[in-house]
Write a protein that binds this ligand. Structure first.
Ligand code: SF4
Length: 83
């Protein structure tokens, strides 16, 4: 799965770092670091973080992403996307 954080929109509320600490990390008070190619095993956490973000700054794309799915385990699943 791929994810992007719109850093112009992100206000550093850290909800994502709390809900998906393996993917999102706060660096200092406001800088957000994240893994744009989170593993599918982290999908639930990432979806919770995306839903909880107060400014909807986290965009997740795991629909039709055959390259990432193939990279991860060679199995293609029908996954739904949440924005
Ligand atoms: S929850 Fe949203 S606003 Fe807060 S740090 Fe994460 S991406 Fe930024």
């Amino acid at each position: 799965m791929r994810l992007v954080v719109d850093l112009n929109r992100c206000q550093g509320y850290a909800q994502c770092a709390f809900l998906a600490p393996d993917v999102f990390t706060m660096h200092g008070d406001e800088a957000l670091l994240y893994n744009p190619h989170a593993d599918r095993t982290q999908r639930e956490q990432v979806m919770r973080a995306a839903t909880a973000c107060p400014v909807q700054a986290i965009l997740v794309d795991d629909l039709g992403d055959t390259a990432d799915a193939a990279e991860e385990d060679g199995v293609r699943e029908g996954l739904s996307g949440v924005r």
